[in-house]
Design a protein around this ligand. Structure first.
Ligand code: 1AE
Length: 410
């Protein structure tokens, strides 16, 4: 068979003949009809025809209604669609996404299709190189309370976060272009605070400024941000579409890492019956589209994603995928220092520990919030139990964080 992209679906139906259903998808989403075609036409259309690769039917043990499903794999010839993510998604799950209880759980793109995608420009290793941090997980802080604040206030917030020893600071995803903190000014004052903090901490820092506005202005806005000194971007990928990030990430003038925010992802992945699986939505497709870092809900904090799904996202970002660099996994939401050993146990050291409330809500203030995380990371790396580390001299920030939020062991 020539180059094909393979889609895996989970289809729920109490009575369906899943083999028949799979065939109707493979034919319907490619050549339209097959058995009615004259033999000469069949020979001509063969190269366009989708092929059913496998159908695994799962009959519920107790015959319970609503639980019968099949995992169906279908190969779609690359020749049918152009080398872009919209064409791929519309082919494999366009109309089909509205056709009953069916979820797209994975996509294996061909070497040929992947060759059109440079993927993450920096990737995990490139982000580490920029920061010169190679021996520990990174720490990211999220701006909180940004709407309605002016530049001076933002600068102060930035400085306090930077003093805490974080490696990255990201805008809140709900901070859009506004008269109080316009993009270029925001970048200038935050990067000024970053330089000032670096004199104290000796640490490099990336500021992921939120890239917003109408699609037609995004590249221009990104270039303005970079010209003003931005050394990273935050991007709400799902509200714009993967192809928009793909265009931004391969633009030679937008030569900074892009952190993909998962806003809207909850509209796609949580249902077992509908939508797109988390590892595809937030893993493979984000990486293919060029995200250097990918934020996603963690299994520990406030916006929970089941652990198995979470680790599948991680694997999709880190496992070999054609020629693509790996993307940094950033499990997020509700993260506090007491979760750090768990995060490192599940994700290893190639992870970004990311927190907003868990930094700004620290009882001793924002900078102490960062310190508490760094102390927790150090403890977890050296195998020291958090309670023991918190009792050590100099680790008062960790002690206060544990008193405030506790420790979650498993
Ligand atoms: C899953 C995205 C997390 C995010 O963007 C965010 O703002 C988290 O904030 P906290 O750490 O839950 O306060």
């Amino acid at each position: 068979m020539s180059q094909v992209c393979i889609a895996t679906y989970r289809s729920y139906d109490d009575r369906a003949d899943f083999h028949k259903k799979a065939l109707s998808i493979a034919v319907g989403l490619t050549v339209g009809s097959w058995t009615e075609l004259p033999e000469a036409k069949k020979a001509e259309m063969e190269k366009h025809l989708g092929k059913v690769l496998s159908v695994e039917v799962h009959e519920p043990a107790n015959g319970a209604a609503g639980e019968r499903y099949a995992d169906i794999r279908i190969a779609y010839p690359d020749i049918n669609f152009s080398q872009d993510i919209p064409a791929l998604l519309v082919t494999v799950f366009g109309k089909l996404s509205m056709d009953g209880r069916i979820k797209l759980i994975d996509l294996d793109v061909s070497e040929n299709f992947a060759s059109a995608f440079p993927g993450p420009r920096f990737g995990l290793q490139g982000v580490r190189d920029l920061l010169d941090v190679h021996d520990r997980p990174l720490l990211m802080s999220i701006f909180k309370s940004v709407v309605g604040h002016d530049l001076a206030n933002l600068q102060e917030q930035f400085y306090k976060q930077a003093l805490g020893g974080v490696d990255l600071i990201k805008d809140d995803e709900i901070l859009f272009e506004n008269p109080l903190t316009p993009l270029e000014k925001r970048v200038e004052i935050c990067m000024e605070a970053a330089r000032k903090a670096q004199e104290e901490t000796g640490q490099k820092l990336l500021y992921a400024v939120n890239l917003t506005g109408p699609t037609s202005q995004l590249a221009a806005n990104a270039r303005k941000a970079v010209a003003a000194g931005a050394n990273a971007l935050l991007f709400n990928v799902l509200s714009y579409g993967y192809d928009v990030m793909h265009e931004l990430s391969k633009d030679p003038e937008i030569n900074v890492p892009i952190a993909a925010h998962p806003a809207l992802a909850g509209a796609f992945y949580p249902s077992p019956h509908y939508g797109i699986g988390a590892s595809l939505l937030l893993g493979k497709l984000m990486r293919l589209a060029g995200a250097d870092l990918v934020l996603f809900p963690s299994p520990y904090g406030s916006v929970v994603m089941p652990k198995e799904e979470n680790l599948a996202v991680k694997d999709a970002l880190l496992s070999p995928l054609h020629q693509l660099r790996t993307s940094f996994p950033v499990p997020s939401a509700g993260i506090h220092p007491g979760l750090v050993p768990l995060i490192l146990k599940d994700f290893g050291t190639d992870v970004v520990v990311n927190a907003g409330g868990g930094i700004h809500g620290h009882p001793m203030g924002t900078a102490a919030g960062g310190h508490a995380f760094r102390q927790a990371i150090q403890a977890a790396l050296s195998g020291t139990p958090l309670l023991e580390a918190a009792a050590a001299e100099g680790n008062e920030a960790l002690q206060a964080a544990i008193t405030a939020w506790g420790i979650k062991e498993a």
